[in-house]
Design a protein around this ligand. Structure first.
Ligand code: NAP
Length: 396
């Protein structure tokens, strides 16, 4: 029997994006440590069947659903048996992130929709386990500043940033020379531009090492994902872009590295599975058990490295340009990329036109001071409209 003090140690967790790839893995981590974690609030978009199962299994105090019709159907299915607070729409998701009694919010909604609820969590003083990199790409300055003011911890779920965080432990920050983010290179690492011009959504969604949601999988295939991660790292670790390098490492065993001024490099290695960084974000700075098999070096054989090819993967260069220019450009990059990826997945834009569309929108952006949430959302909306207009007019 647990004492009251032990019971109070249980971390109460809200999972934003519970039906997604990260959300489902996060719930498995939570379920595997019932003495430490409890999922008290769940938010999702449209996947009613999976959300209904999760509500039955985890019995959360609150459920937020982005889509009002889905929320109503779910309430009709479950409300007679459940004493749950139901929230709806974007406001409902943001309110759920700020609920009393929640200690940590796992931010795992995909895309720009993750920004407002994540900021709501920070403003309510919740620690954030962050998968939604778009939050920091769009509004890194604002979010990190507000987190610092409230003593809120933002702990990365992205495996690369988790690796950097782990490689920083026990070292003096003054000794840090640079961080090296590794990238698998995606399914088209060895493809010619000619082959890439014929890439289908099915081929782009077939990632060699990671099983992820569709948006981040396409971003991995274009290397936009690595560019977004560079911007995320810039804010998480408070480093200039010039001290963040990208290295292609096809086996995805070294998840990222930190180089110190004496030339020492500290890396974090592991089986490529998101369970590990999710578990670390929740247990930081401890490492708790997971069901994953140990890394088998003999089976892996060799680890290889190569530089990224910015000619075949211009999205990475565009992200670096956006990071260096600032002034709203990262939010423009992110919004235009979301529209482009969506159009590609719907069969309305060739794979190689994703960077062309993003660049066209970036070229039309007038630099602005995107320091408030309102400004960021205005910039995001402008970039989406511009990208859609360019698509409609067939100009890319
Ligand atoms: N998957 C990975 O391995 C991985 C690794 C590192 C970082 N990340 C980052 O983690 C985030 C999530 O990625 P993912 O792969 O888990 O994506 P995913 O599988 O597509 O899941 C997205 C989740 O967000 C929910 N959602 C979407 N729009 C919403 C809205 N407006 N309001 C509420 N919920 C909404 C979806 O709900 P429904 O499905 O119910 O509609 C789903 O639960 C992304 O930012 C990604 O870059 C992912």
């Amino acid at each position: 029997m647990k004492s009251d003090a032990e019971r109070r140690d249980i971390k109460h967790i809200a999972v934003l994006g519970s039906t997604g790839s990260i959300g489902q893995n996060a719930l498995e981590v939570i379920a595997s440590h019932p003495d430490r974690y409890r999922a008290v609030a769940l938010a999702a978009g449209r996947n009613i069947n999976l959300l209904a199962e999760q509500v039955q299994r985890f019995q959360p105090r609150a459920v937020a659903v982005h889509d009002g019709a889905v929320a109503q159907e779910l309430m009709d299915r479950l409300s007679k048996t459940r004493d749950t607070e139901w929230l709806q729409g974007p406001d409902g998701v943001a309110r759920m992130a700020a609920l009393d009694g929640v200690d940590t919010v796992i931010s795992a909604i995909t895309g720009a929709a993750g920004l407002e609820p994540t900021l709501a969590a920070v403003r309510a003083g919740k620690d954030v386990a962050l998968a939604n990199k778009e939050t920091l790409v769009m509004a890194g300055d604002l979010v990190m500043q507000e987190a610092a003011e409230r003593g809120v911890r933002i702990l990365p779920i992205d495996s690369e940033h988790s690796a950097v965080l782990q490689s920083l432990q026990g070292h003096d920050r003054d000794d840090l020379r640079r961080i090296i983010l590794t990238a698998s290179g995606g399914p088209f690492r060895g493809s010619s531009l000619q082959d890439m011009s014929r890439v289908t959504p099915e081929a782009a969604l077939n990632h060699p090492n990671w099983d992820m949601g569709p948006k981040v999988t396409v971003d991995s295939a274009t290397l936009m994902n690595k560019g977004l991660e560079v911007i995320e790292a810039r804010w998480l670790f408070d480093l200039p872009i010039s001290r963040i390098s990208v290295l292609i490492h096809p086996q995805s065993i070294i998840h990222s590295m930190v180089e110190y001024r004496d030339g020492s490099i500290i890396a974090q290695l592991g089986v490529p599975h998101m369970i590990t960084p999710i578990a670390y974000a929740l247990s930081y700075p401890r490492h708790l058990g997971t069901p994953l098999p140990p890394l088998d070096f003999e089976a892996i054989g060799s680890l290889t490295f190569e530089p990224p090819d910015l000619e075949r993967f211009p999205c990475l260069g565009l992200a670096l340009r956006a990071a260096n220019e600032g002034a709203g450009m990262p939010a423009v990059l992110n919004a235009a990329n979301e529209i482009a990826v969506n159009a590609f997945l719907e069969g309305n834009l060739p794979f190689l036109s994703i960077p062309r569309l993003v660049e066209r929108v970036m070229d039309e952006h007038t630099p602005c001071e995107s320091v408030s949430l309102e400004e960021v959302l205005k910039t995001d909306a402008w970039a989406r409209r511009t990208a859609l207009d360019l698509l409609d007019s067939g100009m890319v």
